[in-house]
Design a protein around this ligand. Structure first.
Ligand code: HEM
Length: 161
């Protein structure tokens, strides 16, 4: 009787151990699968973020190219837009109603500036309808404020006949 019990006990122990081993093995394979799955997903994430980066870089390049072409177009426009005036045309604008002058080969409409000029309206009126280069340079040549103010009134370039 005792012998039988011992055999049963041994059998039960063997079964439990075997079951435990099988369970452990399955647990191990499950863990391995999980790790490789995670790796794959990080790799694919890396790949997708890499391709996103390339896409963004390409977009940026296209944007920069567009800006460059726009700049080039603007420069071309500016060159084309510059109107040329002859002396005959400029000479007609010699009063406070319409005052044009030439300074360093460029034409300025100073009509609105006559009443604003800190040096008085007569100084501006004296250069309406003619070349004011000498008078302007004598008084303001190279000085920042008059030079900057002058830029605002430019309407074109002087074309000698
Ligand atoms: C015939 C030519 C001109 C003469 C003789 C003349 C003369 C003067 C004089 C006497 C002043 C007073 C203050 C100072 O001595 O700086 C003055 C100021 C000034 N003028 Fe003229 N001017 C002339 C043309 C112009 C033109 C064409 C512009 C620009 C559109 C201009 C812009 C100015 C400005 C911005 C000031 C103030 C300067 C400051 O605050 O520093 N002037 N000018």
């Amino acid at each position: 009787m005792n012998k039988k019990l011992i055999i049963y006990l041994i059998l039960i122990v063997v079964l439990v151990v075997a079951a435990f081993l099988v369970f452990q093995k399955q647990l191990l394979t499950f863990k391995e699968n999980k790790v490789s799955f995670n790796n794959q997903s990080t790799i694919s994430q890396d790949q997708s973020s890499e391709s996103e980066k390339t896409e963004k870089r390409e977009e940026q390049n296209i944007k920069e190219q567009n800006i460059d072409t726009k700049k080039e177009e603007k420069v071309e426009e500016d060159i084309q837009e510059e109107e040329a005036f002859t002396m005959d045309e400029i000479a007609k604008h010699n009063s406070e109603e319409s005052c044009w002058t030439i300074i360093r080969g460029e034409v300025y409409d100073l009509t609105d500036w006559i009443s604003q000029h800190p040096g008085g309206p007569d100084k501006i009126l004296s250069i309406c309808g003619k070349d004011g280069t000498e008078a302007f340079i004598q008084k303001h040549g190279g000085k920042e404020k008059p030079e900057e103010t002058l830029k605002k009134f430019k309407i074109g370039i002087f074309e000698a006949q």
